[in-house]
Design a protein around this ligand. Structure first.
Ligand SMILES: Nc1ncnc2c1ncn2[C@@H]1O[C@H](COP(=O)(O)OP(=O)(O)OP(=O)(O)O)[C@@H](O)[C@H]1O
Ligand SMILES: [Mg+2]
Length: 274
């Protein structure tokens, strides 16, 4: 598996009134082509800051050190004009909150077309065809009609699909999905996970999948990075993390996954009175 993304010793620092604070502290991981790497950790552990650093979208004032290479080319310190060319084209992100990242005043079709036209410079007509196809690809029924819907006319799960369609419209090599299923019920969540796995298989996109839920990671990732308070706690293959976690924190995350054979969740069959 060749390396698509290499993150080395990444640190993200914010100036505060009490001095600089590191919100990501020396994080390293690698994503191969056609591979999904999971990042897990509690709220505030630095998952989103790590992904925003990769995309070059950190809030103003943030400072970075270390290295982030996409296909061997350094991204840290690149001028914004160059990063803008890469974003939406070679690397895309599905943001944690789809409502705040879709513009409520434009139809989803127009927003997807815009991404496509920015990078491919094609006509409105060509872009529209691509937008409808992208919505179809993420399993939205009636895509020809819904391409003219506004974001609020979709359900939460459908909006996630729209975001994924928008992220994939230029067939990026790298897709970062930041908690794309957190707000969804388990059935829709499973559908989105299947969809992402399918898209990865079809187009060989490398993925970073961010969640605070280790159970979700188990079904999608080959490698896992566990973070806590900005620090990398543990990094290894999914098998290793699940079978022999080395750190108490990872063990604690694993123990919080409800199990089907949990005696409290389901009565044992010999206890069932028929
Ligand atoms: N603009 C900012 N200035 C200073 N600190 C910030 C800023 N934005 C975020 N932080 C801090 O950075 C840390 C990491 O935040 P981040 O959003 O990466 O967490 P997360 O792991 O994505 O959490 P969640 O699961 O809640 O999304 C948090 O402690 C947060 O308070
Ligand atoms: Mg986050």
């Amino acid at each position: 598996m060749s390396e698509l993304l290499v993150v080395e010793d990444l640190t993200v620092t914010f100036p505060t009134t009490r001095g600089p604070v590191d919100v990501v502290k020396g994080v390293s991981f690698t994503v191969g082509r056609d591979e999904t790497v999971g990042i897990v950790g509690e709220s505030g552990s630095g998952k989103s800051m790590t992904s925003l650093a990769i995309m070059g979208l950190l809030p103003k004032g943030a400072r970075t050190s270390g290295s982030i290479r996409l296909n061997g080319a350094e991204l840290l310190g690149r001028p914004d004009r160059e990063l803008r060319r890469l974003r939406g084209d070679r690397m895309s992100m599905v943001f944690q909150d789809p409502l705040s990242s879709l513009n409520p005043y434009y139809t989803v079709g127009l927003q997807i077309e815009e991404v496509y036209r920015t990078h491919r410079g094609r006509s409105r007509k060509a872009a529209r065809k691509v937008a409808v196809e992208a919505l179809r690809q993420v399993g939205l029924p009636d895509a020809e009609r819904r391409v003219d819907y506004y974001p609020h006319q979709f359900s939460g799960g459908q909006r996630q699909r729209v975001m994924i369609a928008m992220a994939l419209v230029c067939s990026p090599e790298l897709l970062i999905a930041d908690e794309p299923t957190t707000a969804l019920d388990v059935t829709v969540q499973a559908q989105i996970l299947r969809l992402l796995a399918e898209l990865r298989r079809q187009s060989g996109t490398g993925m970073v999948f961010i969640t605070h839920d280790l159970a979700v990671i188990s079904s999608i990732a080959t490698r896992v990075l566990v973070m806590r308070q900005g620090e990398p706690v543990e990094y290894g293959t999914a098998e290793q993390i699940f079978a022999e976690p080395r750190h108490d924190y990872t063990r604690m995350l694993l123990e919080s996954i409800p199990r089907i054979d949990d005696p409290l969740a389901e009565p044992a069959s010999d206890q069932v009175i028929s």
